[in-house]
Write a protein that binds this ligand. Structure first.
Ligand SMILES: Cc1ncc(COP(=O)(O)O)c(C=O)c1O
Length: 371
C-alpha cells in the first residue's frame, strides 16, 4: 500500500462541499482583492493566537520580511536565529538588509538553544528569530527574558506551528502570542494550508500593525499616497475564503496529528536504530512534521521508497553551510548539533487522514530495515 508524505486530496474530499461553496461565493462577488474574507481571516487568526491584530500577506516569507523591514536594519545589525530551519527564516534577515547570526540548536526538540542565543548577543544585536520547528514551540520565556535584558525584539517564526501552545508560568501561551510580531505560513502543505501561497503576521502592538498594513500595500493607507516604500503583499480573497473553511477543522486536525504521533511513538519505541521526537513537558505539539532520528538515515530513506513509503529530510543542509551565506564565515563544525540533525533526521507521514493500515506499513517498513 503506497503511503504518501502528505495527502491533500484526501483532505480536500473531507471539506469539498464547504470549500467549493466558499470559493464560489468569492467568484460570484468578484471581489478578489481584499474582499471581506481577508479581514475575517485576520480577526480569526489574531484570536487563535491571542493577539490584537492579524495582517494577512502573500506568504510566510513576507510575514517575516515585512516586520524585519520595519526594523530598518543597517548592514551591521545582527539578528540571531537558528541554522536548522527553512531558508526563509534567514533569507529574510539578509533581504531586509541585516546580518543573520546563527547559533546551535537543542538536540531534542531541534529548536534554537537559548544558552547559545545568550552567548551570541553583541552590541549590534537587534533581534531574535526563534522558529517553532516542526510544530513544537521554542523556549519563548527564555527568548523574552533575553530580549528584555538587552533591548531586542523577538520575531516568532511560527510558520510550522499554528495552533501550538506552551505553558509558561502556569498559563497556556499560543504560538504567535509572545513575539513583538509573529509569522504564519499558509503554504499548501502547512497544517493550515491554502490553495496557493499565503501568510499572516500577528501582533498586539497597534502601531506596528498599522505600519505592517502600509508595508504590505505599497506603503500607503490612501490610494496613490505613499508614506513609505512598501510592496504588494496582499492575501487573495480566494485564499482567505479557503483558509476560513479549513480553520474550522484545524483543532480536529491537530488532534488527529497528535494521535498519529502517539501511535508512532509507541510502535517505533520497539525499534533499535530510531529515536522518536521528544516533546518538552511545557509544550502541546501540533506535529507539522513527525521527525525521527535514524541510524543510516539515507539508506533507510531509500528502503522506504522501495516499500512505497514517502518520507522527507527537513533539512539536509543547515543554513550556515549554504553557499549564499559563505561570506558570514561559518564552516563545517560551526554548529555540530544542527549538522548532526541534518545527517540523521527523517520526517514520516503524519497527517490526520493517514489510515492505521498506512501507518503500520510505515512502521513495518522501518522495522524491516533494522532487523
Ligand atoms: C520555518 C519556516 N519559515 C518560513 C517559511 C516561509 O513560508 P512560505 O513558504 O509561506 O513563504 C516556511 C515555509 O515554507 C517555514 O517552514
Amino acid at each position: 500500500m503506497p503511503v504518501p508524505l502528505l495527502d491533500l486530496k484526501a483532505q480536500f474530499e473531507s471539506i469539498r462541499e464547504e470549500a467549493m461553496a466558499a470559493v464560489l461565493g468569492v467568484i460570484e462577488s468578484q471581489r478578489f482583492i481584499m474582499g471581506e474574507q481577508v479581514p475575517q481571516l485576520e480577526l480569526a487568526i489574531a484570536s487563535l493566537s491571542n493577539t490584537g491584530h492579524g495582517i494577512a500577506c502573500a506568504s510566510g516569507t513576507d510575514a517575516l520580511l515585512l516586520p524585519l523591514k520595519a526594523l530598518e536594519l543597517k548592514p551591521e545589525d545582527e539578528i540571531i536565529t537558528t541554522p536548522f530551519s527553512f531558508f526563509a527564516t534567514a533569507g529574510t534577515i539578509a533581504n531586509a538588509g541585516g546580518k543573520p547570526v546563527f547559533v546551535d540548536i537543542d538536540p531534542g526538540t531541534f529548536n534554537i538553544d537559548p544558552d547559545a542565543v545568550e552567548a551570541a548577543i553583541t552590541p549590534n544585536t537587534r533581534g531574535i528569530v526563534p522558529v517553532h520547528l516542526f510544530g513544537q514551540m521554542a523556549q519563548m520565556e527564555r527568548m523574552l527574558r533575553l530580549a528584555e535584558q538587552h533591548g531586542l525584539v523577538v520575531i516568532e517564526d511560527a510558520a510550522q506551528a499554528i495552533g501550538a501552545r506552551r505553558k509558561i508560568a502556569g498559563e497556556w501561551k499560543a504560538a504567535g502570542e509572545l513575539g513583538w510580531v509573529s509569522a504564519f505560513s499558509f503554504f499548501p502543505s502547512k497544517n493550515l494550508g491554502g490553495w496557493g501561497d499565503g501568510g499572516m503576521m500577528v501582533t498586539s502592538d497597534g502601531s506596528l500593525a498599522a505600519r505592517l498594513r502600509l508595508l504590505r500595500m505599497h506603503g500607503g493607507a490612501k490610494q496613490y499616497h505613499h508614506e513609505e516604500i512598501g510592496t504588494n503583499s496582499r492575501l487573495d480573497t480566494l485564499q482567505a475564503a479557503v483558509l476560513l473553511v479549513k480553520l474550522g477543522h484545524l483543532q480536529d486536525w491537530a488532534e488527529g496529528r497528535r494521535g498519529q504521533a502517539a501511535a508512532y511513538d509507541a510502535a517505533l519505541a520497539e525499534i533499535d536504530g530510531v529515536t522518536t521526537p521528544p516533546v518538552e513537558s511545557a509544550n502541546e505539539h501540533v506535529y507539522h512534521q513527525y521527525t525521527i532520528r535514524a541510524e543510516r538515515r539515507d539508506e533507510l530513506k531509500e528502503h522506504l521508497a522501495r516499500c512505497a513509503v514517502s518520507c522527507a529530510v527537513y533539512y539536509p543542509k543547515p543554513l550556515h553551510l549554504q553557499p549564499c551565506f559563505a561570506q558570514l564565515g561559518y564552516v563545517e563544525g560551526s554548529f555540530p548539533v544542527a549538522e548532526a540533525a541534518s545527517r540523521e533526521v527523517l520526517s514520516l507521514p503524519v497527517y490526520p487522514e493517514l489510515t492505521s493500515d498506512q501507518r503500520e506499513t510505515v512502521v513495518n517498513a522501518i522495522g524491516g530495515f533494522y532487523t
